[in-house]
Design a protein around this ligand. Sequence first.
Ligand code: C6P
Length: 400
Amino acid sequence: MHRDNFQLLDQTVNGHPLIYLDNAATTQKPKEVIHSILDYYTRLNSNIHRGVHYLSQQATTAFEEARTAVQHFINATHQHEIIFTKGTTESINLVASSFGKAFLHEGDEVIISEMEHHSNIVPWQMICEEKKAHLKVLPIDEDGNLKIEELDLLLTKRTKFIAITHISNALGTINPIKRIIEIAHQKDIPVLIDGAQAMSHQPVDVQDLDCDFYCFSGHKMYGPMGVGVLYGKEAWLEKLPPYQGGGEMIQRVTFAHTTFNELPFKFEAGTPNVADVIGLKSAIDYLNRIGISTIAQYENELLEYGAQQLLSIPGLSIIGKAKEKASIISFILDRIHPYDAGLLIDKWGIAVRTGHHCAQPIMDKYGIPGTIRASFALYNTKEEIDRLVDTIKRVQMMLL
Ligand code: C6P
C-alpha cells in the first residue's frame, strides 16, 4: 500500500531486497515529509515567534498551522492544548515532573501498568522517589491483557495519578483506556495515556477518550524524529508549573521575579524544532489523505496473516495474545536466543527488533531475555511476511 512514497524501502541489504519490519521502533518517512523539511530549510528557515521580518512570520505561521493540524487530528478542544516536545519520552517526563512538583506529597500513590515502556515507568519512579510517594503496578494476565478488574483494588484515597499505555510496544495489546479513564474520573484521578504506538494505527479522539494527557512521537507516525506532542486538557495545563525555564516561556523577567507566558508557550522553552514540527504536519496530512481507518484495516489483515503464518513454524511461540491487538507480533524460538536470530534474519535483509524493547518488566513477567518483534506498517505486504517465515525456518536449520 502506497509503497512508492517510501524511497528508502527501495534498496537491497546484504544482497536482498530490504524488508522493514521494525515499524514500532520508527516508521519510514514518505517523500512529502522529507520534502517539507528540505523545503523549510531551503525557503523558510528562521526563528519563530520573535521576529517581525518576513521569514520569521512565514515560519511562525507554518509552525502554528502544524499545531492546528495536530489539534484537529486528535480532536483537542483548543489549539493551546497542544505542546510540542522532543517526543513521547519528553512529554511524559514533563507531566511527571510538573504534576509531581505541584501535586504529589509523601504517601501519595501513582498507578502504572505492568506493560509500560521504560519511558512511562522511570519518570514516575524518579518523581515518586523525590516526593516519597508510592508507585503501584496494575498487572497483566498470561495473554498480555491488563487485569482491569484489579484496578479497583489498587485505587485508594492516596491515588493521585494513573499513567497507562494505549498500545504495548512489546506485546501489541490495545488497552481499554476509555474504561480506565472512566473509572479514574469517578474518583477525580487524572489519567495520562502513552500513545506512542497508537497514533499511526487507529484514530485517536482525546475528547471522546476524555484523557487528561496524551503523549506521542512524530517518528512513529511517518513523521520526523525529534518532535513529539503532549496534549493536555487546558484546565490541567493551566495548573501545572513550567517544566523548563528559558526564552519564549516567559512573560516578564527581572532578577527578582519571572512571570510565565500563556499556553502553550509556558511549556515550550527555547527555540523549538521548527523544521520537524512542519514535517509532522506533513505526516498528518499524509495520514489524513489515506485515512487512519483504512490503514488500521490493512494492518489488521497483515496482523492476522502474520500470526497465522508464524504460528505454523514449529518451536515458535507468540508472546502477547491479547484479544485486542495492534500490528505488532513478538515471538520467541525454542532454544534460540532472540539476539542470534535477529542477527541472522538481518543477513537476509529483514529488519526486526530483538531484545527487551525497553520494557524489561514484561520480559521478567514471562521469564525470557527478550523477544523477536515484527511490527507492520502500511507499506508492508503479505509477501514480506512469507519471506520472514522462510527466513526463520532457515535460521532454525542453521542453529538447531
Ligand atoms: N518504543 C520501540 O522500539 P520515544 O523514544 O520518546 O519516541 O518513544 C518512547 C516510547 C514510549 N512509549 C512506548 C509505548 C514506546 O513504544 C516508545 C518507543 C520504541 O518499541 C523504541 S524503544
